[in-house]
Ligand binder design. Structure first.
Ligand code: GLN
Length: 448
């Protein structure tokens, strides 16, 4: 833990952390030592980890990357934080992120952009960019992230690390600041599938405080890795993910080479089709902003968070607190979402988007009748230069063309390093059926 704290200090220019908590971390590390001395240690006892600053931490500022919550110190821990602490992991700090998890480059953070350790002139991806950079720079062996449309997998891909978005409902969202509640899931980020398995076993499980959390037993994901083989694994390659316009050739090349590893190991690789792939981004950008506009209405300057100076009346308090506290991307989402939900437009936008969401889910249901996992690129490009897409929201939104559909369908998916393109990491995405995280991790482990 001391070595980790020192490394974090030496790499402050990456801007991976919003808060570092050395005293608490050293106290937890000493408690872990004591547990080990008593013979009372599990696999995560004493392991230093970082939490994305979207997870509430008792007594530790939880900003969600926003000026709105710069002064917010939660009185309780998120479920995920609680579970990892109970497993003996030591929290060293809170990682940087896009504001309210809205972004794909970590440039919307009020605390400034995060730099990709592979090339500090490029972005680490987002929104869990701080967690990805911290793991990529080997500051911590693992970190938590959240994924609403790709925010764990896309930064994992751009930083050459591993990230898993579990099935919707597998991990409790209690204490995780809400962006789009029907899409948000927490998951692990690490350097190997095995480490993700260890973390997921600790994070997952039923929690009555999240009404969408599913009451299903949690397997020992790490123990399950041993019994799996790539031989005979049925791998589907969606033709739409390889033909898609705007996919860098170096990305497809690295992914095709990774797929060859599966083939050589005896996997049955076949082409499949997910015909509604191109509708995922437009559907997401109706549903996610709609849900966000509702979730973010709680930040009103009254109860907690930023409050403007000297309000003249209640309306002035609301308007100026929100106007000052939220950044541009967050305001854009609130406006789009409020529009899509307003009377007269609800049927045309929100309801229509929900119908197409079902079609996207049905595509996957059909695909999983013939394959065990679906493989393809995680992101269409490697890490791009800081600022390159910052002024073009549509270009930025397209960073998630391969990750968003799984959130809409509630499916688990992970990203692992496939290789390099132009000297920059490329991610391989594996998508599984609902609650099939064990098989996904097994396939990733076999590949690694
Ligand atoms: N990049 C997408 C967005 O900006 C997804 C973010 C996420 O998964 N939290 O909404």
């Amino acid at each position: 833990t001391s070595a980790v704290l020192e490394a974090i200090e030496q790499t402050a220019s990456l801007n991976a952390f919003i808060s570092v908590t050395p005293e608490a971390a050293l106290a937890e590390a000493r408690a872990a030592d004591a547990a080990r001395a008593r013979g009372d240690a599990g696999p995560l006892t004493g392991i230093p980890i970082a939490h994305k600053d979207i997870f509430c931490t008792e007594g530790v500022r939880t900003s969600c990357g926003s000026q709105m919550l710069d002064n917010f110190v939660p009185p309780y821990d998120a479920h995920v934080v609680e579970r990892l602490r109970e497993a003996g992991a030591v929290m060293v700090g809170k990682t940087n992120m896009d504001e309210f998890a809205m972004g794909s480059s970590n440039e919307t953070s009020w605390y400034g952009a995060v730099r990709n350790p592979w090339d500090t002139t490029t972005v680490p991806g987002g929104s869990s960019g701080g967690s990805a950079a911290a793991v990529a720079a080997r500051l911590v062996p693992a970190a938590t992230g959240t994924d609403t449309g790709g925010s764990i997998r896309q930064p994992a891909a751009l930083t050459g690390t591993c990230g898993l978005k579990p099935t919707y409902g597998r991990v409790s969202r209690y204490g995780m600041i809400a962006f789009a509640s029907s899409l948000d899931q927490a998951g692990p980020m690490a350097t190997t599938a095995e480490d993700m398995a260890l973390l997921l076993s600790a994070m997952a499980g039923f929690d009555p405080r999240d009404s969408t959390c599913v009451d299903q037993p949690v397997p020992d994901y790490r123990a399950a890795l041993a019994g799996q083989d790539l031989k005979g694994l049925r791998v589907g390659l969606p033709k739409e993910y390889f033909e898609a316009e705007g996919v860098d050739s170096e990305v497809s090349r690295a992914v095709e080479e990774a797929v060859a590893v599966f083939r050589d190991a005896g996997a049955e690789v076949r082409e499949i089709s997910l015909p509604n792939t191109s509708l995922a981004v437009p559907v997401y950008y109706v549903i996610a902003p709609a849900e966000a506009s509702s979730n973010l209405s709680r930040f009103d300057g009254v109860r907690y968070g930023h409050r403007c100076a000297d309000p003249v009346d209640l309306e002035d308090l609301y308007k100026r607190s929100r106007g000052e506290g939220f950044g541009e991307e967050v305001k854009r989402r609130i406006m789009v979402g409020t529009y899509a939900l307003s009377a007269g437009y609800y049927d045309a936008y929100y309801l229509k988007a929900q119908q197409v969401r079902r079609m996207i889910r049905d595509d996957f249901t059909r695909a999983f009748e013939t394959v065990d996992v679906i493989a393809g690129p995680t992101a269409p490009s490697t890490a791009f230069a800081l600022g390159a897409k910052a002024d073009d929201p549509v270009q930025m939104y397209l960073s998630d063309i391969f990750t968003i559909a799984t959130n809409l369908a509630g499916l688990p998916a992970l990203s692992i390093p496939a290789g390099f393109g132009g000297g920059r990491p490329v991610g391989l995405q594996l998508i599984g059926n609902h609650f099939d995280e064990g098989r996904l991790l097994g396939a990733a482990h076999g590949f690694q």
